[in-house]
Write a protein that binds this ligand. Structure first.
Ligand code: SF4
Ligand code: SF4
Length: 465
């Protein structure tokens, strides 16, 4: 019999004295895979050379030479390495590969990604070479020279697309995974990169339609609202309207029908990067009860914080600073620095190789907290489990990026109704027994007490089981 501590991931076979199982034989790369990786390597070299002030920097030729070999080599490599395999998800060797199991390469990747964010936020002058390299594309889309934020958006979108191709190949045979990967690629490229820049080309505010308050925290700050309201052509007023509708109408209504997944796994750029670039590290999320407790405290605290900051800014704005004085401005700066920059950027992406791919979504994102509350208490969405078929392999828990111990629910045959579940569907995809199904059935039969969601919500705050 499996005891409770094992089910709770408190120890595993190695800690019980079992020897390490033999390593799977490493797959040998064929000549084309080697060539595609060489192309990536060559691309990195060219990119580094072009960072220096060469005559090619700032030209279309320089732009193509700097990025095309890396992008083409990466995409080709992912296509080649999966195209001849049997459709189905392969997680072979994840816990043996140095880079995906917190080995030295994983740490190097984590340090490089964290370092990039630190330079981006606090020393952007060191990115000048890269910024000038993307100038031609910036002029073409926004009519202005590139900034470090344009470079960031460009790299972010490229990473999401190249690793999106990896997802499309890796999850061949699973339509849900493929469609939602195409969806995040589309929203990132169209709504979070091209459209905001094209708006600038027409002298309109740079507006991101796929992000809303409280994730895009400053969109409902009085300063942003007044700036948008006074922008030329009246488009800004529409942007304010859009933001309000998305935050206060679309979030509850769409979450009622589809659960949190409509946003976290299909639209959001943060989730999109986690699902593509972050996919190789999804198994590193902490599944312990302690992590779950910390997660609940942290994510809801961030939500409370941003509500307080936004409200205090409005009070200050209406009373012209008579009530709160300097407090609200300071609080907004504090939030922007610690939550907006350090938590969501540096830790949120930089720590993929160490803590799994959804650190920000799980522990920090205030929009995820809001969506989670609706999902938990007012949504039709649930993951149903056919307990009799579960063979306790634990694949589902292992690959849940949100640290949910899916197996514990499956073994009991209980529906999974968790606020944090982003509906990525990977637990269901990796289950060898077809136990788990993402469904949107009747609202009332999700769990005992679902017919009284408000009472269930109050009870959960009071810790009534
Ligand atoms: S429970 Fe399943 S669908 Fe939900 S986040 Fe975890 S792996 Fe994704
Ligand atoms: S992956 Fe499927 S069979 Fe394995 S523990 Fe999870 S629900 Fe059970």
């Amino acid at each position: 019999m499996i005891d409770a501590r094992t089910l709770d991931h408190q120890y595993d076979e190695e800690n019980l004295g079992f020897p390490e199982p033999p390593k799977a034989e490493e797959r040998k790369l064929d000549i084309w895979e080697k060539l595609s990786l060489s192309l990536v390597g060559l691309g990195v070299l060219i990119f580094i050379v072009l960072l220096f002030n060469t005559p090619l920097r700032g030209t279309w030729l320089g732009f193509i030479l700097a990025f095309a070999p890396m992008v083409a080599g990466g995409a080709l490599y992912f296509w080649l390495s999966y195209k001849n395999t049997v459709p189905g998800i392969k997680n072979d060797g994840n816990f043996y590969k140095n880079i995906t199991s917190r080995g030295s390469l994983g740490w190097v990747a984590g340090i490089l990604m964290t370092g990039f964010y630190i330079v981006l936020y606090w020393w952007p002058q060191y990115l000048e070479g890269g910024v000038r390299l993307v100038d031609p594309s910036s002029y073409a889309i926004s009519g202005a020279p590139a900034t470090h934020w344009f470079l960031y958006g460009f790299i972010y979108t490229l990473a999401l697309i190249v690793f999106g191709i990896r997802m499309l190949m890796r999850y061949r045979g699973n339509r849900y995974q493929q469609i939602r990967t195409l969806s995040v690629m589309f929203f990132q490229l169209g709504f979070a990169f091209i459209l905001p820049n094209v708006l600038m080309l027409f002298n309109q505010p740079e507006y991101y339609f796929s992000y809303f308050w409280p994730l895009k925290y400053d969109y409902l700050f009085p300063g942003t609202v007044s700036y948008l309201a006074n922008s030329p052509g009246g488009f800004g007023v529409f942007f304010i309207f859009w933001g309000l509708v998305m935050s206060f109408l679309a979030v509850p209504v769409l979450t009622y029908f589809f659960g949190k997944r409509w946003y976290c796994s299909w639209v959001c750029g943060c989730g999109g990067l986690a699902e593509t670039l972050g996919d190789p590290w999804r198994q590193l999320s902490d599944k312990s009860l302690k992590a779950w407790r910390i997660e609940r405290w942290m994510i809801h605290s961030v939500l409370v914080l941003i509500v307080i900051v936004t409200a205090s800014l409005w009070i200050n704005s209406v009373t012209q600073g008579k009530v709160l004085g300097e407090f609200s401005g300071g609080a907004a700066k504090w939030y922007g620095f610690f939550i907006g920059a350090i938590f969501s950027g540096v830790v949120g992406v930089g720590f993929y190789p160490l803590m799994g791919s959804r650190v920000w979504c799980r522990f920090g994102c205030p929009l995820a907290a809001t969506l989670g509350i609706f999902q938990r208490y007012f949504s039709k969405f649930r993951i149903t489990t056919n307990g009799g078929q579960c063979m306790s392999c634990g694949n589902c828990s292992t690959y849940c990026e949100m640290g949910i111990d899916v197996r514990a629910y499956a073994q009991k045959g209980k529906n999974i109704i968790r606020a944090s579940c982003v509906g990525c569907g990977v637990c269901s995809a990796v289950c060898p027994s077809g136990v788990l199904k993402l469904e949107g059935g009747s609202f009332k039969d999700r769990y005992k007490g679902a017919d009284k969601p408000v009472q269930a919500f109050i009870d959960s705050i009071k810790h009534v089981p």
